[in-house]
Design a protein around this ligand. Structure first.
Ligand SMILES: [Zn+2]
Length: 491
């Protein structure tokens, strides 16, 4: 006979073992099947997508116009956290972007685009307004002032059907990202258990939703903004992309298993740099495949030659280049601030052009506006890049700026100066490895003056727009916070 205390102990141990087994099983299932496990728990795939996709339709009384080569459709694709140097067309040795490389050859590629910020909301807001954060004021929670006009608002006023498919997190509609959009989809995260967060990156759903939206627009001309966190940490590429860039997958088998179980969470103490880089690049290769499929759809719909496709990102990613750091947001080094910018529209954008000039993502709005002959009202800080397509090697003295949490920098083709007194000269010395501030004091002093002038310009633009007041903040809902947690922003 087993006495009662022993029985309790046996029950407790058995319970713990059963609980542990269930927890492990759930982890494996979620890691392997992501959506499917949630569908099993919550219902059909379509219902699931409906439940976690927030759709805002803003009724607008506007006359939609048919698309034409003169006023083409525009698709702006933002692949969050995609750094230029990890793409084939920007010199990456691995075949991470075979399809985007091909698009770049059929269109134009800008070799040196610097993001205005290395954080998601301010950088995207620069894309949408042509202004630096010093003017638009959107950091992580601030609401864009109604006095600032956005790209989707311009498109909407010009008779375009406007739609956004985002993965939310930071691109919160109420912060101003929804302004001008007829439809604003926010694909939010799915929470299974507190510890088993199915996180960041639903690129397939973003592109599929985008296709459906385009089909709904019929013959009307449209502006579509697509945003995905697929490339963002946690890096969680599906097979075969998870092993594609590992030189010896067998040697990493145990890490792969653990990584899948932890849903692609980066832990620099556990996983070797080569492994983490391979997962990041695997995500890029996966997205490249989705873009290939999406462009095939565009062609099938007869929209090639009638649609300007813009591929860019909001910032890059540190991947062990500096002090073992993985991530973005704090610094302005090229790893974090050098972003891709590729435009494609056969027949209208000259094929195979590579522009060497220094440009910024504040230039996106004026470029699209000029391409569509839309008037930019009010002062902005960006400039149209279309003239550079005609003279891609135009001598360039331009300085652009990037603001991060810990630094602000000024960048030109010749050098970068960071306000933490760092100077990097390009050409000659490799990349950003040797701080030459001490030996080039005059250049640093000049750069400090330029940074001060930039800050003064921001202040005077704010004054001109009547914005010299602290920005309001927006309260994030529970699902927004979960998404931010999944992306590693909130503890
Ligand atoms: Zn981002």
């Amino acid at each position: 006979m087993i006495n009662t205390p022993k029985r309790i102990i046996i029950f407790v141990i058995a319970g713990l073992l059963a609980g542990g087994a269930l927890y492990t099983l759930a982890g494996i299932l979620v890691a392997k099947y992501r959506w499917e496990i949630n569908i099993f728990l919550y219902g059909s795939r379509e219902a699931k997508k409906q439940e976690f996709t927030y759709h805002t339709r803003i009724p607008r009384h506007k006359k939609l116009e048919p698309s034409s080569p003169a006023r083409p459709n525009v698709i702006l694709v933002s692949l969050d956290t995609l750094r230029a140097q990890s793409m084939g067309c920007y010199g990456c040795a691995n075949r991470t972007t075979p399809f985007i490389d091909q698009l770049a050859e059929e269109g134009a590629l800008f070799e040196h685009m610097c993001s205005s910020s290395t954080s998601t909301p301010p950088s995207h807001m620069s894309m949408m307004t042509g202004l630096y954060k010093g003017v638009h004021g959107v950091g992580s929670k601030e609401v864009l002032d109604m006095g600032i006009r956005t790209l989707p608002e311009m498109m909407s006023e010009a008779g375009y059907a406007t739609g956004a498919i985002t993965e939310n997190g930071f691109l919160v509609r109420q912060m101003g990202f929804g302004r001008g959009f007829d439809d604003y989809y926010e694909i939010k995260d799915v929470l299974l258990f507190d510890k088993l967060l199915v996180a960041g990156g639903f690129a397939r759903d973003v592109f599929e939703r985008g296709k459906t939206w385009i089909q709904e627009k019929g013959e009307h001309k449209f502006f579509l903004f697509l945003h995905t966190y697929e490339v963002h940490d946690p890096y969680f590429p599906p097979p075969p992309y998870d092993t594609m860039f590992l030189s010896n997958p067998d040697a990493y088998r145990k890490f792969l298993k653990k990584f899948r179980k932890q849903l692609g969470r980066v832990n620099t103490h556990v996983y070797p740099p080569e492994f983490i880089r391979a997962q990041y690049e695997g995500e890029i290769r996966y997205v490249d495949e989705l873009i290939k499929d999406f462009i095939a759809f565009i062609r099938l719909q007869g929209l090639e030659g009638k649609t300007l496709v813009v591929i860019t990102s909001d910032h890059g990613e540190e991947l062990f280049e500096r002090d073992g750091i993985v991530g973005h947001g704090n610094h302005t080094y090229d790893t974090e601030s050098h972003i891709p910018f590729i435009i494609w529209m056969p027949g209208k954008i000259p094929a195979g052009v590579r522009v060497r000039n220094q440009v910024s993502n504040v230039d996106i709005l004026p470029t699209v506006a000029e391409f569509l002959h839309l008037e930019v009202k009010g002062s902005i800080q960006g400039m149209s890049l279309l003239p550079l397509l005609r003279t891609p090697d135009h001598p360039d003295q331009r300085h652009v700026f990037c603001e991060a949490v810990k630094q602000t920098c000024l960048r030109s083709l010749a050098y970068k100066f960071i306000d933490s007194d760092e100077l990097y000269l390009y050409g000659g010395t490799p990349g950003e490895t040797v701080n030459q501030a001490d030996t080039h004091r005059e250049l640093c002093n000049d750069a400090v003056d330029r940074l001060n002038a930039f800050r003064a310009e921001c202040q005077s633009l704010k004054a001109e727009k009547g914005l010299l007041k602290p920005g309001e903040t927006v309260d994030l809902d529970e699902k927004d916070i979960r998404k931010l947690k999944a992306l590693g922003y909130v503890e």
